[in-house]
Unconditional design. Sequence first.
Length: 367
Amino acid sequence: MRLPGADGRPFSYSASVLDDHAVGVIFGRGSVAQVARRARTLGSRIMIISGRHEADAAAAVSADLGDDLVARIPDVVQHVPVDVAARAIDAARDAEVGLLISIGGGSATGLAKAVARDTGLPILAVPTTYAGSEMTPIWGQTDHGEKTTGRDPRVLPRLVVYDPVLTISLPADLTAASGMNALAHALESLYAPDATPRSSEVAEEAIRSLAYGLPEAVARPDDLEARTAALRGAWLAGWALGSTTMGLQHKLAHVLAGRYQLPHAAVHSALLPHVAAFNAPAVPVPYARAVLALGLGGPDEVGPALFDLATELHAPTSLAELGLDHDAIPEVAKIIGAAPVGNPRDYTEENVVVLMEQAYLGTKPTR
């Protein structure tokens, strides 16, 4: 399968995420100018859901929509609290909305998904980070510190418009953490129990594109070539994850982010090298793809290499620096141990404690 975008040129594509659900993709510099026209082909009476940092992009799309825009939610909350979702659902119903446009990162996409899951409304997503959730049928909400996730085809956007120009204003720290989050998506999909040759090819190309684009995007935020490569990698990583099931990496991240209100992408960044090193003995064949994409010598180098990349990007490498209390480690391990998820290497509560101790301290994993 030949994947588009490696040459940096704009493209349109139909990405099959589920067996009977495809996501339309428009990718290229300046493509945000197409949003209003494309939106009108999907529905009328439009609601925009956006984050504070996307005010300018949301204002431009709003102006293009004119009278077709009937509602706006200009501020979103991390982890999609159920009360925030309920208010958004009510607003959509009150305005008789026919289409949702999300503009922003995972929080904006997540809130749009919460509304779509309840109402069945279609979504047009305009990502401005490397979250990748716009390419997945995965939804998540938090209620009193407990994060619940699930899969539902209703939350899968009909169309995603990727414009690398919108990522130029993403600060270096968020670029780094969001990029490591995307790498977590790609790596976990490589060794997922339901991985296919197609999803593995997509994940491998995602890792290659992210590893190329992220260092340059952090060092030179206005480098459009690097931003384009990183955003393409995030698209592919989200597509790969959306086609497979999640394992220990995401289970840990969801518990930590939801229960302790830690930033989702930063948690992934701190965890990824250690989960990757833990799983390495069980997945030599999938990791061989990661080895090729990262230019490494062997599968046991994946965890250390990801730690080095996070360090180079100045991305979080320690749960302690994110504000996690050390006393939370046994509690998290108990939660994880009590509800195991599919993972290539079996784990125990004790394994999780050791892994989290390493991630808490931010020590480089050994081979």
